[in-house]
Design a protein around this ligand. Structure first.
Ligand code: NAD
Ligand code: DAU
Length: 336
C-alpha cells in the first residue's frame, strides 16, 4: 500500500511514519509537510534513507502539489495529520488555523475524491467536543462544542470530511484522540515545556489554578490506534482514542519535578489561558470493542521514559528553544 502522510515531520506524524515503516514491511510512506515552525526533519533522521520512505516539501493548501504527490506515488490512502496544533497560538491569531486546518483539509478531500483514494483518515482531536464538568466522558455522539479557534478549525475539518462521506460516499474515517505525550513533541506543549524549563531551572508557568484535567495517551499508542482505524475502521465512522488516564496539570508538573530532582519552588502560577477548557476525558469503548485496540503503555512507564528521552536528547530541543521560538515564548509568557 502507498500512503500519503500529511504533517509527517511534526510530533505525532513523525512517530506515525516510524511506526508504519516498522509495522508494515511492504508499505511505502510519502510525507508531505510544509515544515512550519513545528515541522522538523530531524525527527525522522533514523528512517530518512529507507527506500520505502520519501519526503515532499509542500503545503496541503496547494492543490497542484497535493495532486502531483498522489499521482507520482500512486497513493492508495491518506492519513491527514498536517495542522496548526497549538491552542495558545490560535488565541494569538486564528488565520493560519483556518487556512491549514479547514481550507487545507477541503483541498485534500477534493483531490482525494477526484483521484479515487481508497481511504482517508482525518486525524482529529477530543477538543472538538468542548469542555467537561467533573463527571462523564466524551463519546462519539457527544455534540461538537469547540471552544478555541484551534478546536473550531478542527471541528470544521471534521464536518467537511463527514459531509463528503454523506454527499459523495467518500471513504473517510475520523479519529479523535486525547492529549498525546512522548518523544519529539514540540516544546511549546505542557509536558516538554515543563521538562525543558525544569532542566534549565527556569520557572514553570502553570495556567490558572493548575487543576485543569487532560486525559494523557502515549503517542505510540495513538499511532497503533490510527493504524487499526486505517485498515479496519468502518467508513463514515468516528473513533475516539484515549487511555483512561486523567490527570490535573499540577500532578504532572510535580511528577516531572520529582523525576528530575528539582524543587517545587520552580512552579509559578500565571494568568489563565482565555477560554481554558476545564476537563477532557475520552470514552474509547467503540475502538476497544470493534477494533480490539488497547493502549500498551501505563502512564507511569510512559512519562518516565519520556522525561528520560528529553534529558538524553537535549541537543534536539535546545536547537528549537533558541531563536524564533524565544520570540513566541516572550510574547506569551513575559508579564503574564
Ligand atoms: P505538530 O504541530 O507537532 O505538527 C504539525 C505538522 O504539520 C508539522 O510538521 C507542520 O510542519 C505540518 N504542517 C502545518 N501546516 C501545514 C500545511 N499547511 N501543509 C503541510 N504541512 C503542514 O502537531 P501534532 O501535535 O503532531 O498533531 C498532529 C495532528 O494530530 C493534528 O492534526 C492535531 O490536531 C492532532 N492531534 C494532536 C494531539 C496532541 O496531543 N498533540 C491530540 C489529538 C489530535
Ligand atoms: O486534547 C488534544 C489536544 O491536546 C490536541 O488537539 C492539541 O493539538 C494539543 O496541543 C493538546 O491541547 P492542550 O491545550 O490540552 O495542550 P497543552 O499542552 O497546550 O496544554 C495542556 C494543559 O496544560 C492545558 O490545561 C493548559 C496547561 N498549560 C499549558 C502550557 C503550554 C499550562 O498550564 N502552562 C503552559 O505553559
Amino acid at each position: 500500500m502507498n500512503i500519503l502522510v500529511t504533517g509527517g515531520a511534526g510530533f505525532i506524524g513523525s512517530n506515525f511514519v516510524r511506526h508504519m515503516l516498522a509495522a508494515h514491511s511492504d508499505y511505502r510512506i510519502i510525507n508531505l509537510d510544509k515544515l512550519t515552525y513545528a515541522g522538523n526533519l530531524e525527527n525522522l533522521t533514523e528512517i530518512e534513507k529507507d527506500p520505502r520512505y520519501a519526503f515532499e516539501h509542500g503545503d496541503i493548501c496547494d492543490r497542484s502539489r497535493v495532486q502531483m504527490c498522489v499521482v507520482r506515488y500512486e497513493i492508495d490512502a491518506i492519513v491527514h495529520f498536517a495542522a496548526e496544533s497549538h491552542v495558545d497560538r490560535s488565541i494569538m491569531g486564528a488565520a493560519e488555523f483556518v487556512r491549514t486546518n479547514a481550507v487545507g483539509t477541503q483541498v485534500l478531500l477534493d483531490v482525494a475524491r477526484e483521484m479515487k483514494i481508497r481511504r482517508f483518515v482525518q486525524v482529529s482531536t477530543d477538543e472538538v467536543y468542548g469542555s467537561l464538568g467533573t463527571e462523564g466522558a466524551f463519546t462519539e455522539t457527544t455534540p461538537l462544542h469547540p471552544n478555541s479557534p484551534y478546536s473550531a478549525s478542527k471541528a470544521s475539518a471534521d464536518m467537511l470530511a463527514l459531509a463528503y462521506h454523506h454527499t459523495f460516499g467518500f471513504p473517510v474515517v475520523i479519529t479523535r484522540c486525547s492529549n498525546n505525550y512522548g518523544p519529539y513533541q514540540f516544546p511549546e506543549k505542557l509536558i516538554p515545556l515543563m521538562i525543558a524549563n525544569a532542566l534549565a531551572d527556569k520557572p514553570l508557568p502553570v495556567y490558572g489554578d493548575g487543576m485543569n484535567v487532560r486525559d494523557w495517551l502515549h503517542v505510540s499508542d495513538h499511532c497503533r490506534a490510527i493504524d487499526r482505524v486505517l485498515h479496519d475502521g468502518t467508513i463514515g465512522e468516528v473513533y475516539n482514542i484515549g487511555g483512561n488516564n486523567e490527570k490535573p496539570n499540577l500532578e504532572i508538573i510535580r511528577l516531572i519535578l520529582r523525576h528530575l530532582n528539582k524543587p517545587e519552588s520552580l512552579i509559578t502560577f500565571v494568568k489563565d489561558r482565555p477560554g481554558h477548557d476545564r476537563r477532557y476525558a475520552i470514552d474509547a469503548t467503540h475502538i476497544r470493542k470493534t477494533l480490539g485496540w488497547t493502549p500498551s503503555y501505563t502512564f507511569e512507564r510512559g512519562i518516565a521514559e519520556t522525561i528520560d528521552w528529553y534529558v538524553e536528547h537535549a541537543e534536539w530541543w535546545k536547537r528549537i528553544v533558541s531563536g524564533e521560538y524565544m520570540k513566541y515564548y516572550r510574547a506569551l509568557y513575559e508579564n503574564r
